[in-house]
Design a protein. Sequence first.
Length: 92
Amino acid sequence: MNTITVVFLIYFAIVNLLAFSLFAIDKKSAKKNKDRVSEGKLFLLAILGGALGAWGGMYFFRHKTKHWYFVVFIPLILFVQIGVVVYLLFIR
């Protein structure tokens, strides 16, 4: 495995853990009526490569699953990211 691939994998691991964690933090904040994580930040992390963590966090914590735009766009972003990775690793 070359260095670029390792850096790529580490980046995706970190951004997905962060996205998953932010869904947990936002859910806890919502229950306690505290300051919340903005929906924009949640989507931004998904777009930056954390869609798998965001999708997992949505359903693990049952958070944002009643908002149609999360239910539609998080899996869509994940699908696009999987397509990009498949293209870069196997087709290119």
